[in-house]
Design a protein around this ligand. Structure first.
Ligand code: FAD
Ligand code: UDP
Length: 370
């Protein structure tokens, strides 16, 4: 007999299970419809022994000591700072757009004027956002904003989301700032490391507690009628849980073209973005992330696509006020009808969480219970 049923063995479900089992003495059953643990962070080796992320590249970064300390109980780490180049006007320039990008794309005199204007407005070392930059009174800064908007954000965002930046919450493009510096790191978090033996290995350690029982290839829908649990945590999508009663919640999906090449390396950094060129958004090369060298190299080419419930994977909630309002209605419906079920996670909360945010959410969920 279990005290808890947790649906989903991703960051949210696995962390909640681990804390409930180890710190609260609860017996926990974790189910997942997939044939593996670790949710979208799952990694595995291909037939050549190359470690890759089945559901797209996952780079770990956080400013939360609590999250880093907690996860460090289950993995060693490998220092890794993510760097991204974007193909702009046939050149590979750093993104987030920084002083090096400016120097590569503008002539010397103009570049100096733009850098001076940025420093005067924001201060050396600061970050700004493309949406703020577009509203600047300075003509020089607005000219830069138009350039960055056209060449970095517009095409990429339309491919990724099916909408332009203005049709989405600005929190989406705010994720990728414009840097008033030469800092070419994608993230500036205090903790930037990859799990040394991969995410799946970390999750195996997390779930290896005698009070935790994991059942894979098990869908909630197939056990819901007979499930008699005092406590349930559901980390899947709310619309699916409620039988799409209020209509589908919009998600964006992806398809991955996974290629291995007979050469040790394909591109100079882990990630190359193609904002305007090509119909895909980015190519990520795994060895940069894992630190493991082979005579072959594996890349993942990402093609965004519409999400079709039941057919594709709902990878991204689409941050937009209308969608968030529908999600709130689902929350109210679920609370009224299923008061014993808790909801948390990127899908259940309909929030664009990074892994550390999903981890933090799971930790605070447990804190609120006790
Ligand atoms: P998930 O990992 O989605 O886990 C939910 C689990 O629930 C899934 O395994 C699913 O199979 C299961 N489930 C759902 N419904 C049911 C059901 N009805 N019955 C049984 N099981 C069910 N974050 C970063 O910090 N850095 C990155 O670089 C990064 N890259 C990303 C790249 C991509 C392409 C995507 C899509 C996400 C990325 N993320 C990244 C975000 C990261 O994947 C999430 O923050 C994290 O996986 C959320 O964990 P979760 O447990 O909430 O959800
Ligand atoms: N973005 C962009 N051009 C880029 C990189 C990002 O327009 O070269 C925008 C795009 O809308 C993207 C968002 O910024 O969806 C967030 O980018 P991030 O790299 O955080 O996306 P994720 O890794 O979550 O897919």
């Amino acid at each position: 007999m279990h005290d808890w049923l947790i649906v989903g063995a991703g960051f949210t479900g696995a962390i909640a299970a681990q804390i409930l089992a180890a710190e609260h003495g609860q017996r926990v059953l974790v189910i997942d419809q997939r044939d593996h643990i670790a949710g979208n962070a799952h990694d595995r080796r291909n037939e050549d022994g190359i470690l890759y992320h089945l559901y797209g590249p996952h780079i770990f970064h956080t400013n939360s000591h609590q999250v880093a300390d907690y996860l460090s109980r289950f993995t060693q780490w490998r220092p890794y700072e993510h760097r991204v180049l974007a193909m702009i006007k046939n050149r590979l320039v750093p993104v987030p757009f920084n002083f090096t990008s400016i120097e590569m794309l503008f002539d010397h005199r103009k570049a100096q004027m733009i850098k001076d204007a940025l420093i005067a407005r924001y201060g050396m070392g600061a970050n700004t956002t493309i949406m703020k930059l577009r509203d600047e009174p300075s003509e020089m800064l607005r000219e830069l904003a138009d350039f960055v908007y056209e060449n970095v954000f517009l095409g990429y965002t339309i491919k990724q989301w099916g909408f332009g930046p203005e049709q989405l919450s600005s929190s989406v493009t705010d994720r990728v700032p414009v840097r008033v510096s030469y800092d070419d790191r994608y993230f500036q978090d205090t903790f930037q490391n990859m799990p040394l033996h991969g995410y799946t290995h970390m999750f195996e350690n997390m779930l290896a507690h005698p009070n935790i029982h994991v059942e894979l290839q098990t869908r909630w829908q197939d056990m819901a009628k007979d499930a008699k649990f005092r406590n349930i945590l559901f980390t899947g999508a709310m619309d699916e849980f409620c039988g799409y009663e209020l209509g589908p919640l919009p998600y964006r999906s992806l398809s991955f073209d996974i290629q291995t090449y007979r050469q040790p390396a394909h591109q100079p950094v882990a990630q190359v973005n193609y904002p305007n060129a090509e119909s895909f958004t980015r190519i990520t090369e795994m060895f940069h992330l894992t630190g493991e060298r082979h005579d072959k190299t594996l890349v993942m080419i990402e093609y965004p696509q519409a999400h079709l419930p039941g057919q594709t994977i709902p990878y991204y909630p689409i941050p937009h006020a209308q969608n968030e309002a529908l999600h709130k209605q689902y929350e109210a419906l679920a609370a009224a009808r299923f008061p014993h079920v808790h909801f948390a996670g990127r899908l259940a909360d309909y929030r664009y969480y990074n892994m550390d945010q999903a981890a933090g959410r799971a930790m605070s969920f447990i804190r609120k219970l006790s």
